[in-house]
Design a protein around this ligand. Structure first.
Ligand code: NAD
Length: 282
């Protein structure tokens, strides 16, 4: 195992750092916000405790995992790393700047991976002088539990980079599936229009959120209804992904539901803000 940097300590970044560190990687967790770093590490500790209680890992694994994580507020911590996984806010301007900076600061041989849900990897790669080393490594939420990593091959991604990323995902205990670059890749091209349509059903008064989720759970065997899933993902993230599908594919077909826009504007972002389609008390 070698060293990795994870950029962004939010919902996804702390999960990605957790899994890398648990599998033996020295992990530099980087965020612009010291609060986000503190929350990220607290979440990792809580999730490790949960894994211990379930008997999935022993206490020493928890201790070693935490011991391998350092927190940083500067991208300069991305030194001597084999790979950087960027999991910052889903905003093209933020990601483009992060990749421009990483290109300067990370070792020239390092792989630069993005956990973006929808922004084309080829566009992100253009911000660097090493497009062959830029790839999508799309983890699923919650990262410690979900087996899939959608490995996204950009137009210029080198084949050895794809192969090495597959190896890294497997070494983290994940199952990689390689897809070609396109807005939303496969996962969100299929998932997000379903969530958006579920929101239209609530907006149009066809059913309550509970009703929509019951239909999909009991009738389609989904473990989680689409609106509970939207709350878990974050409604702001869902809206950002719909906008990328709209801009990149078809403006009418991928129009975000006005109710989704309204809820995001009102700060109802789902679990992370305490309210979305459901209310979360802890
Ligand atoms: N939430 C999900 O279910 C999910 C699933 C798969 C992929 N993703 C993707 O993962 C990425 C992160 O999403 P999230 O849900 O963890 O978001 P989040 O809002 O929980 O966390 C984003 C973090 O990025 C930090 N950040 C912002 N600008 C930064 C910068 N310049 N440098 C370093 N850190 C910066 C923020 O402070 C914040 O802590 C997004 O690209 C999103 O599309 C999300």
């Amino acid at each position: 195992m070698s060293k990795v940097a994870v950029v962004g300590a939010g919902t996804m970044g702390n999960g990605i750092a957790h899994v890398f560190a648990q599998h033996g990687w020295d992990t530099a967790l980087i965020d612009v916000s010291t609060d986000a770093l503190a929350r990220g590490v607290a979440t990792i500790k809580k999730n490790l405790e949960r894994q211990e209680k379930k008997g999935v890992i022993g206490h020493q694994v928890s201790v070693d995992t935490i011991g391998r994580i350092t927190t940083n507020t500067s991208l300069e911590a991305a030194q001597e790393v084999e790979i950087v996984v960027e999991a910052a806010t889903e905003d093209p301007d933020i990601k483009f700047q992060v990749f421009e900076d990483l290109d300067r600061l990370a070792p020239s041989g390092a792989i630069l991976a993005s956990n973006t849900s929808s922004i084309p990897i080829t566009e992100i790669a253009k911000q660097t002088n090493r497009p062959e080393r830029v790839i999508g490594m799309h983890f699923m939420n919650p990262v410690p539990l979900m087996p899939l990593v959608e490995v996204v091959r950009g137009k210029g991604t080198g084949e050895w980079v794809v192969e090495r990323t597959i190896e890294i995902a497997k070494a983290m205990g994940k199952t990689p599936v390689v897809v070609n670059d396109a807005p939303g890749f496969v996962s969100n091209r299929v998932l997000m229009p379903m969530i958006n349509e579920a929101i239209f059903c609530v907006q149009d008064g066809i059913a309550t959120a509970e009703g929509v989720d019951q239909v999909m759970k009991l009738g389609m065997n989904h473990p989680l209804g689409p609106l509970a899933l939207a709350d878990l993902i974050g409604l702001d993230v869902c809206l950002a992904i719909m906008k990328v599908l709209q801009d990149g594919l078809d403006r009418r077909k991928y129009r975000p539901a006005p109710l989704l826009k309204k809820m995001v504007a009102a700060g109802k972002l789902g679990r992370k803000s305490g309210q979305g389609f459901y209310v979360y008390r802890d």
